[in-house]
Design a protein around this ligand. Structure first.
Ligand SMILES: [Zn+2]
Length: 212
Protein backbone atom coordinates (compact mmCIF):
# COMPACT_ATOMS: atom_id res chain seq x y z
CA UNK A 1 0.00 0.00 0.00
CA UNK A 2 1.69 3.19 -1.16
CA UNK A 3 0.15 6.43 0.05
CA UNK A 4 1.25 9.97 -0.74
CA UNK A 5 0.38 12.89 1.55
CA UNK A 6 0.23 16.51 0.45
CA UNK A 7 -0.50 19.31 2.87
CA UNK A 8 0.81 22.78 3.65
CA UNK A 9 2.72 23.47 6.86
CA UNK A 10 0.21 23.54 9.72
CA UNK A 11 -2.26 21.21 8.00
CA UNK A 12 -1.86 18.50 10.64
CA UNK A 13 -0.12 16.21 8.17
CA UNK A 14 2.41 14.94 10.73
CA UNK A 15 -0.30 14.09 13.28
CA UNK A 16 -2.42 12.38 10.66
CA UNK A 17 0.57 10.39 9.41
CA UNK A 18 1.37 9.20 12.94
CA UNK A 19 -2.20 7.92 13.41
CA UNK A 20 -2.56 6.33 9.98
CA UNK A 21 0.85 4.61 10.04
CA UNK A 22 0.02 2.97 13.36
CA UNK A 23 -3.36 1.74 12.11
CA UNK A 24 -1.96 0.38 8.85
CA UNK A 25 1.36 -0.83 10.22
CA UNK A 26 3.42 0.91 7.55
CA UNK A 27 6.11 3.56 8.08
CA UNK A 28 5.81 7.28 7.44
CA UNK A 29 8.67 8.42 5.25
CA UNK A 30 9.48 12.11 5.10
CA UNK A 31 12.14 12.77 2.47
CA UNK A 32 13.23 15.89 4.39
CA UNK A 33 13.91 13.81 7.51
CA UNK A 34 15.58 11.10 5.44
CA UNK A 35 18.01 13.54 3.86
CA UNK A 36 18.85 15.11 7.22
CA UNK A 37 19.51 11.64 8.62
CA UNK A 38 21.80 10.68 5.72
CA UNK A 39 23.70 13.92 6.24
CA UNK A 40 23.97 13.30 9.97
CA UNK A 41 25.22 9.74 9.43
CA UNK A 42 27.69 10.98 6.79
CA UNK A 43 26.69 8.29 4.28
CA UNK A 44 27.92 8.61 0.70
CA UNK A 45 24.54 10.01 -0.36
CA UNK A 46 24.44 12.25 2.71
CA UNK A 47 27.83 13.77 1.86
CA UNK A 48 26.65 14.44 -1.70
CA UNK A 49 23.37 15.94 -0.48
CA UNK A 50 25.17 18.16 2.00
CA UNK A 51 27.31 19.74 -0.70
CA UNK A 52 24.09 21.07 -2.30
CA UNK A 53 22.49 22.06 0.99
CA UNK A 54 25.63 23.98 2.04
CA UNK A 55 25.41 26.02 -1.15
CA UNK A 56 21.73 26.70 -0.44
CA UNK A 57 20.72 24.67 -3.49
CA UNK A 58 17.98 22.08 -3.80
CA UNK A 59 19.16 18.49 -3.59
CA UNK A 60 18.81 17.07 -7.15
CA UNK A 61 15.87 14.76 -7.92
CA UNK A 62 17.94 11.68 -8.69
CA UNK A 63 19.79 11.95 -5.39
CA UNK A 64 16.53 12.28 -3.44
CA UNK A 65 15.12 9.28 -5.29
CA UNK A 66 18.23 7.26 -4.49
CA UNK A 67 17.89 8.07 -0.77
CA UNK A 68 14.21 7.16 -0.97
CA UNK A 69 14.84 3.87 -2.75
CA UNK A 70 17.41 2.89 -0.16
CA UNK A 71 14.92 3.58 2.64
CA UNK A 72 12.18 1.60 0.90
CA UNK A 73 14.38 -1.49 0.67
CA UNK A 74 14.26 -1.81 4.46
CA UNK A 75 12.02 -4.62 5.74
CA UNK A 76 9.49 -2.35 7.48
CA UNK A 77 8.40 -1.11 4.04
CA UNK A 78 7.43 -4.54 2.73
CA UNK A 79 3.70 -3.80 3.18
CA UNK A 80 4.02 -0.25 1.93
CA UNK A 81 4.68 3.25 3.22
CA UNK A 82 3.33 6.76 3.53
CA UNK A 83 5.32 9.28 1.52
CA UNK A 84 5.53 12.87 2.72
CA UNK A 85 7.48 15.69 1.09
CA UNK A 86 7.84 13.82 -2.17
CA UNK A 87 7.14 14.34 -5.04
CA UNK A 88 7.93 18.06 -4.95
CA UNK A 89 7.63 18.67 -8.68
CA UNK A 90 6.09 17.12 -11.79
CA UNK A 91 9.39 15.49 -12.81
CA UNK A 92 9.55 13.67 -9.46
CA UNK A 93 5.88 12.71 -9.77
CA UNK A 94 6.54 11.14 -13.16
CA UNK A 95 9.59 9.30 -11.81
CA UNK A 96 7.54 8.04 -8.88
CA UNK A 97 4.81 6.81 -11.23
CA UNK A 98 7.43 4.92 -13.26
CA UNK A 99 8.93 3.39 -10.11
CA UNK A 100 5.89 2.48 -7.98
CA UNK A 101 2.17 2.02 -8.17
CA UNK A 102 0.63 4.64 -5.88
CA UNK A 103 -2.58 3.51 -4.23
CA UNK A 104 -3.81 6.74 -2.66
CA UNK A 105 -2.96 10.41 -2.92
CA UNK A 106 -4.40 12.53 -0.11
CA UNK A 107 -4.29 16.31 -0.10
CA UNK A 108 -5.03 18.16 3.14
CA UNK A 109 -6.99 21.33 2.62
CA UNK A 110 -7.52 24.27 4.97
CA UNK A 111 -7.67 28.04 4.77
CA UNK A 112 -4.66 30.31 5.02
CA UNK A 113 -6.19 32.07 8.05
CA UNK A 114 -6.44 28.78 9.92
CA UNK A 115 -2.86 27.85 9.01
CA UNK A 116 -1.57 31.20 10.26
CA UNK A 117 -3.63 30.87 13.43
CA UNK A 118 -2.15 27.44 14.15
CA UNK A 119 1.46 28.10 13.26
CA UNK A 120 1.71 31.52 14.88
CA UNK A 121 0.70 29.89 18.17
CA UNK A 122 3.44 27.32 17.91
CA UNK A 123 6.33 27.49 20.37
CA UNK A 124 9.34 25.20 20.49
CA UNK A 125 11.93 24.32 23.06
CA UNK A 126 15.36 25.31 21.70
CA UNK A 127 17.01 22.69 23.93
CA UNK A 128 15.03 19.45 23.58
CA UNK A 129 12.94 20.24 20.48
CA UNK A 130 9.53 19.73 22.19
CA UNK A 131 6.72 21.46 20.29
CA UNK A 132 3.81 23.27 21.94
CA UNK A 133 0.78 25.17 20.75
CA UNK A 134 -0.50 28.02 22.91
CA UNK A 135 -4.09 27.11 22.02
CA UNK A 136 -4.23 23.35 21.59
CA UNK A 137 -1.22 22.12 23.57
CA UNK A 138 0.09 24.80 25.94
CA UNK A 139 2.98 24.08 28.34
CA UNK A 140 1.99 23.61 32.00
CA UNK A 141 3.90 26.74 33.00
CA UNK A 142 3.49 29.54 30.44
CA UNK A 143 6.61 29.99 28.34
CA UNK A 144 8.51 27.08 29.90
CA UNK A 145 9.22 23.61 28.45
CA UNK A 146 7.48 20.81 30.40
CA UNK A 147 10.28 18.38 29.56
CA UNK A 148 13.40 20.33 30.45
CA UNK A 149 12.42 23.72 31.93
CA UNK A 150 13.98 25.79 29.13
CA UNK A 151 12.30 29.04 27.97
CA UNK A 152 10.24 28.40 24.83
CA UNK A 153 10.80 30.36 21.64
CA UNK A 154 8.87 31.12 18.48
CA UNK A 155 10.74 30.10 15.34
CA UNK A 156 11.30 32.93 12.85
CA UNK A 157 9.59 30.61 10.38
CA UNK A 158 6.39 30.61 12.45
CA UNK A 159 5.84 34.37 12.40
CA UNK A 160 2.87 35.41 10.21
CA UNK A 161 4.92 37.08 7.46
CA UNK A 162 7.23 34.08 7.18
CA UNK A 163 4.24 31.73 7.18
CA UNK A 164 2.67 33.60 4.25
CA UNK A 165 5.93 33.31 2.36
CA UNK A 166 6.20 29.56 3.12
CA UNK A 167 2.64 29.03 1.95
CA UNK A 168 3.30 30.92 -1.26
CA UNK A 169 6.31 28.72 -2.02
CA UNK A 170 4.37 25.60 -1.06
CA UNK A 171 1.53 26.51 -3.44
CA UNK A 172 3.86 27.32 -6.30
CA UNK A 173 5.61 23.97 -5.88
CA UNK A 174 2.62 21.79 -5.19
CA UNK A 175 -0.12 23.06 -7.47
CA UNK A 176 1.49 21.73 -10.67
CA UNK A 177 2.01 18.34 -9.01
CA UNK A 178 -1.63 18.15 -7.89
CA UNK A 179 -2.65 19.18 -11.38
CA UNK A 180 -0.52 16.38 -12.81
CA UNK A 181 -2.27 13.84 -10.56
CA UNK A 182 -5.67 15.29 -11.45
CA UNK A 183 -8.62 13.21 -10.24
CA UNK A 184 -6.35 10.71 -8.50
CA UNK A 185 -6.11 13.27 -5.67
CA UNK A 186 -8.49 12.86 -2.73
CA UNK A 187 -9.00 16.14 -0.89
CA UNK A 188 -9.43 15.92 2.87
CA UNK A 189 -10.46 18.96 4.89
CA UNK A 190 -8.46 19.62 8.06
CA UNK A 191 -9.99 23.02 8.63
CA UNK A 192 -11.97 22.92 11.83
CA UNK A 193 -10.85 22.58 15.40
CA UNK A 194 -8.32 20.54 17.29
CA UNK A 195 -9.99 17.28 16.32
CA UNK A 196 -9.52 17.99 12.60
CA UNK A 197 -6.48 15.71 12.36
CA UNK A 198 -8.25 12.86 14.14
CA UNK A 199 -11.30 13.23 11.94
CA UNK A 200 -9.16 13.35 8.82
CA UNK A 201 -7.31 10.20 9.91
CA UNK A 202 -10.58 8.34 10.43
CA UNK A 203 -11.81 9.47 7.04
CA UNK A 204 -8.60 8.26 5.36
CA UNK A 205 -8.79 4.86 7.06
CA UNK A 206 -12.42 4.47 5.99
CA UNK A 207 -11.53 5.27 2.40
CA UNK A 208 -8.65 2.78 2.43
CA UNK A 209 -10.82 0.10 4.01
CA UNK A 210 -13.51 0.71 1.42
CA UNK A 211 -16.06 1.83 4.01
CA UNK A 212 -16.88 5.07 2.21
ZN1 LIG B 1 12.67 21.26 26.41
Amino acid sequence: MIIVFFGPPGSGKGTIASIVKKELGIPHISTGDLLREEVKNKTDLGIKAKSYMDRGELVPDDLVLEVLKRRIEKPDCKNGFILDGYPRNVEQAKTLDRTFKIDYIFNFVLSEDEIIRRLSNRRICPKCGAIYNLISMPPKTPGICDQCGTALIQREDDKPEAIRERLKIYKEQTEPVLEYYGDRVINISTENGFTASKRASKQILKIIRGEI
